[in-house]
Design a protein around this ligand. Structure first.
Ligand code: GLP
Length: 241
């Protein structure tokens, strides 16, 4: 696990987006695993600038997102599909047919999950971007999720719903379930970049960097991967040393 420590969110975003930019320059046909939440927004803004400067193109890029709420449509402003269009895809030359955000079709949850995992196995993600939840969740893999878990429907913990309520009018509007790549799907990516910034991630960063591997803390599975870069800022390092 390589740790890159930066001063603040902007520097973290630059360090992380440069990893993607350089990889895209080398291989414009890359398969990217993408994430939502507030952490990746700066990375996406930088990648849009890199695209506008003519440094990179998304024309031949394929993307697979980590997760999506269950029970809201793709048109809902808080859906992760909407988020990705709004924060990245609408601003670059990606072919929307190459965009994949999991979706749990009503009455076909099991099939939806199976199909997503099967596709991920076929394509093999080159770089997977991750944020981290305060409780160590990656994607929506909450504590106690098996490291062998593939794409599944998860019941969100109260903590996660509480953390995400800032995007909704009230906690009651936050969906109770989500479809998410499982830890096993995430671990199949060739490279993983995790970004964690701000004081509210300090506890999670401390636990991640302790090196302990336990299903109580899903992100600790990353210690079993041989190419992980963790990008953190000073505030997130508050509880270290
Ligand atoms: C959500 C997402 C995760 C994300 C986490 C942290 O629960 N499903 O993929 O990593 O929130 O979000 P943020 O970056 O906003 O702190």
């Amino acid at each position: 696990m390589l740790v890159i420590r930066c001063k603040n969110y902007d520097e973290c975003s630059k360090a992380a987006s440069d990893i993607f930019k350089n990889a895209l320059k080398e291989n414009p046909n890359m398969i990217l695993g993408l994430a939502t939440g507030s952490s990746p927004i700066g990375i996406y803004q930088n990648l849009i600038k890199d695209y506008e400067n003519g440094e990179i193109s998304f024309k031949n890029v394929r993307t697979y997102n980590l997760d999506e709420y269950v029970g809201i449509t793709r048109e809902h402003p808080q859906s992760y599909y909407y988020f990705m269009n709004d924060n990245l895809f609408n601003h670059v030359d990606i072919n929307k047919e190459n965009v994949h955000v999991p979706f749990a079709y009503e009455g076909k949850y099991e099939e939806s999950c199976k199909a997503y995992t099967e596709e991920l196995k076929k394509v093999s993600v080159d770089i997977q971007l991750l944020g981290i939840g305060a409780n160590g969740h990656i994607g929506f893999n909450e504590p106690k999720t098996s490291f062998d878990q593939e794409t599944f429907i998860v019941t969100l913990t109260e903590k996660t719903r509480e953390d995400n309520k800032r995007f909704f009018n009230s906690i009651d509007e936050v969906p109770t379930h989500a479809i998410t790549m499982g830890i096993a799907d995430i671990m199949r990516a060739k490279k993983i970049v995790l970004i964690a910034c701000g004081e509210n991630k300090a506890e999670a960063v401390k636990r991640l960097l302790s090196g302990e591997i336990t299903t109580d803390f899903p992100a600790s599975a990353l210690h079993n991967h041989n190419d992980v870069v963790v990008v953190i800022d000073d505030a997130a390092c508050k509880l270290l040393d």
